[in-house]
Each structure stands twice: as structure tokens, then as C-alpha cells.
Design a protein around this ligand. Structure first.
Ligand code: SF4
Length: 440
């Protein structure tokens, strides 16, 4: 039986339906099929339907009128057609002088790169629009402030072989590729993405060296594959890497860190799902930033991944003027939960060189967690962390709810600011705090 794969633009009638079989006129099938395909009336066409939201559809018709729905929904086309030059950018966006100068000035790693799909979600004329700010460079990107570093987490110093970071005793970070479909201007690995070379070649020999190291270290039970973005690898390469890792007896499970389902959701094809399902237990961390990203396409991609039995968590970087408020993050986290993605980490923005314009104070992060905890579902409250500079690992930060102690009573403040007593005769927590008049 010959299967032709054709993508449809129209959303399915059931929002999460993912495929449909149907008959097509034989003449059309024969016209679409390669010469070697059977010219028979028994040919069945399987259409892999991928929905397109109204804003994105209008954008495609305006800026890519020659591209049909099937091509638009081909992830390889999206990757090839990503916006990489000033001319391509100016064809779509009205740039500020600052943005234009910053694009002209750029050299080296972390190049400009935006998929047409993701560009369709951005404002074309407002340089302050959140998604646009995360992907179009500005001049402050070239200003290095105190405490910033090209490798703020000290990953290079913890690399045991090129592309493999062994910082925690029982788990490793496998940097599988230096390629991303879009490049975030606040990327922690800005030093190595987009222009791999030297130690960052991510070649097959590097993979083999890393696999040999993992196989020789039975204390490693968990591998996080990241990069770059591992879902930009071909199905075959991903299948190979996952298969090799799962074949190592002491590897209990594998995690993938990716932004692809957010910026290139059509990459989550049926074929990819078949590959991923072969390698359970497999977990996935998705990189979300803003509620604007919760599109029809993302709903479909996350549904496919969740239906494949992959536990989904989200990682969000706290970014000044972009998502640094309860009013922005609460709808994002609620939207993720309805898509079966658990908000997992809220990161304080790492001190990467040239990132000061993205970084909030730590007070702001704590204020946001305080504004969520108790005010919404506990599952919608991620852990707020600082990834300690130099390689200290993730350190959780939580608002302080301890008021003090009176004898055996621990005094605690709830989410509404009311004080409660908890009898804790063996405890010492809070003993060092003076209780202000009226608090007890
Ligand atoms: S997708 Fe991830 S690795 Fe790629 S640029 Fe963005 S943050 Fe960096």
C-alpha cells in the first residue's frame, strides 16, 4: 500500500484529532505520486493534519503567498526558510534604529534566526513586543556588565569530553547539536549555538566519545539531551542517539530539552512520535516564555507528545519587561496545564554576557512566586531557581512564610497574609526571629 503524506491547513473539527484517512480522486493521487508508485485504484492517502491558527494563516498569505499549506507545515521548509538576514527581517518587520544597528553589527555565534511560523506571532511594528524582544537583537546585547560571562554556568569546566557536561554525580548533560530553529537572545549557550566549531563540533566522533564515557560510568543514571535543540536532528539521528543511550544498562531514563514544539510545532510529526515512543521512559522539558506562544499549533504538538506518554514539563526564563509579572505568567502556566505541560522551573536569567537588559531583580521573581502560591493551583506554580554561576547547580528560592516562634508554636503567614500557629514542640525554626507587636 502506498501512503502519500499531505499536510492540511484547516484545523481538524476535533481540536486534538491528529490524523485522518480518506479517499482522493485517483487522478489526483496519480498526479501526486512519484513515477514508481502504483497507478492503482487501491491507493490510500493518509493526510497528516496539522492545524494553522488564523493569525499565522493571514501572515503566510501576506508574506509567503507562494508557499502552500503543505510546504508551510513542513518543518524542514520552516527551518530552511528561517529569517537570518537584515533584508529578510526588514521585509516583514519595521525595525527600530537600535535593532537595525544591532543586526548589522552581529558576528559569530548566536546568529539571527527566526522560523516564519514564530515570526507570525510577533508584532511587525512594535519593537517592545515580548516575543520580538526575545529574538531580534538590540544594542545592549553588546554591553558586558559586571558578573556576566560567556559561560556563566561553568559548563566548559565540567565537560569531561567535548559536548558532555558531568556536573552532578548521577546525571549528565549531552550537547547533541549546536543548531536551533530560532535563536533566543538570552541563550545560556550563546557561546556555542549557531556557529559550531572546535570543541563544539557536535560531530558523530564526539557523540561516540560521549557515549563511551557514559557507558564507562555506572553512576550515571539520567541523561539530559540538549544543545542547541535536539529536536532539530533528523528522526534517524535522534533514533540512533536515543537507542544507543537506552542500550546502556545503567541509564534509567533520558530527558530531552527543547524549544522546537514552541517555535516549530510542525516538527512534531507522526514519524517523530513513532521514534520517541520506542525509547521510553523519555521525559521532555519545553521552553516557553509567554502566553502568546499558546497557539493552535502548540496545542496540537503538545497533545501529540502527551498522547505518546511523554511527561512534559516547562522551563521559563524570567525576562524583564517580557514576562515578569503575575498577570503574564499566570495565563501562561494555566494554558500549559490545560495542554498537559507542568510548569517546572522559572529561571532567574543567567548572567550571560550582554544580557543585563533581560535580567530582573531576584525580589521580582520572589514576588511573582508569592503572587502565584495559594492564589492558583499548586501545579501551576513552578520552582523559582538560580542556576549558580560557576557550576553550583540549581538553587531554589521561595518566599519566606515563617514569621517566628513563640515557645512551642511556630508562627506562619499564609498566602493572604494571615498569621497561623503550628505546634512544633521539637522544632527550632523561627527561634531567631523577633516577632513584631501585633503579629502574634
Ligand atoms: S532554543 Fe535553547 S539552545 Fe537554542 S537559542 Fe534558544 S535557549 Fe539557546
Amino acid at each position: 500500500m502506498k501512503l502519500l503524506q499531505v499536510e492540511a491547513e484547516e484545523p481538524p473539527s476535533r481540536p486534538l484529532a491528529t490524523s485522518q484517512r480518506f479517499s482522493k480522486p485517483h487522478s489526483l493521487i496519480n498526479a501526486l505520486a512519484p513515477a514508481s508508485a502504483p497507478r492503482l485504484d487501491t491507493v490510500v492517502v493518509r493526510m497528516e493534519r496539522f492545524p494553522v491558527g488564523p493569525q499565522t494563516r493571514a501572515f503566510r498569505k501576506l508574506f509567503y503567498p507562494e508557499v502552500d499549506a503543505a510546504e508551510w507545515n513542513d518543518w524542514r521548509w520552516q527551518a530552511r526558510a528561517r529569517i537570518r538576514t537584515l533584508a529578510e527581517l526588514e521585509r516583514i518587520f519595521v525595525l527600530s534604529d537600535d535593532e537595525r544597528d544591532a543586526v548589522i553589527r552581529h558576528q559569530g555565534s548566536l546568529p539571527l534566526g527566526i522560523t516564519p511560523y514564530y515570526a507570525s506571532l510577533m508584532s511587525r511594528d512594535d519593537a517592545d513586543e515580548p516575543l520580538r524582544r526575545t529574538h531580534i537583537p538590540v544594542g545592549t546585547e553588546y554591553i558586558k556588565t559586571p558578573g556576566e560571562d560567556d559561560d556563566p554556568l561553568g559548563e566548559d569546566g565540567h565537560s569531561v569530553v567535548p559536548g558532555l557536561v558531568h556536573r552532578y554525580p548521577d546525571r549528565v548533560l549531552f550537547l547533541a547539536t549546536g543548531f536551533c530553529s530560532t535563536y533566543c537572545r538570552y541563550c545560556t549557550r550563546s557561546r556555542m549555538v549557531g556557529e559550531p566549531g572546535g570543541d563544539y563540533s557536535f560531530s558523530r566522533p564526539q557523540w561516540e566519545e560521549a557515549l563511551d564515557y557514559i557507558a564507562a560510568h555506572p553512576e550515571i543514571r539520567d541523561v539530559l539531551i540538549s544543545g542547541g535543540d535536539p529536536l532539530t536532528l533528523s528522526d534517524e539521528r535522534l533514533d540512533y542517539l536515543l537507542g544507543r543511550l537506552r542500550a546502556i544498562k545503567h541509564i534509567e531514563f533520558v530527558r530531552l530539552g527543547t524549544k522546537v514544539p514552541v517555535v516549530l510545532p510542525m516538527r512534531v510529526t507522526r514519524a517523530l512520535i513513532r521514534v520517541l515512543k520506542k525509547h521510553h521512559p523519555l521525559w521532555m522539558s519545553l521552553h516557553f516564555t509567554h502566553p502568546t506562544e499558546l497557539t493552535t499549533e502548540v496545542t496540537e504538538a503538545t497533545a501529540r507528545l502527551a498522547d505518546a506518554g511523554i511527561p512534559l514539563g516547562s522551563q521559563t526564563v524570567l525576562l524583564k519587561g517580557i514576562n515578569d509579572s503575575v498577570e503574564t505568567l499566570k495565563p501562561l502556566f494555566h494554558g500549559l496545564l490545560t495542554r498537559r505541560v507542568r510548569p517546572y522551573y522559572l529561571y532567574q536569567c543567567d548572567p550571560i554576557s550582554g544580557s543585563s537588559h533581560f535580567r530582573t531583580s531576584v525580589d521580582k521573581g520572589l514576588e511573582i512566586i508569592q503572587g502565584l502560591r495559594g492564589h492558583t493551583t499548586g501545579y501551576a506554580v513552578p520552582t523559582y531557581v538560580i542556576d549558580a554561576p560557576g557550576g553550583g547547580g540549581k538553587i531554589p528560592l521561595i518566599p519566606d512564610y515563617v514569621v517566628g516562634r513563640e515557645g512551642d508554636d511556630l508562627l506562619l503567614k499564609n498566602f493572604e497574609g494571615n498569621i497561623y500557629r503550628y505546634t512544633d514542640p521539637d522544632g527550632t525554626v523561627g527561634a531567631d526571629r523577633a516577632i513584631a507587636a501585633g503579629q502574634a
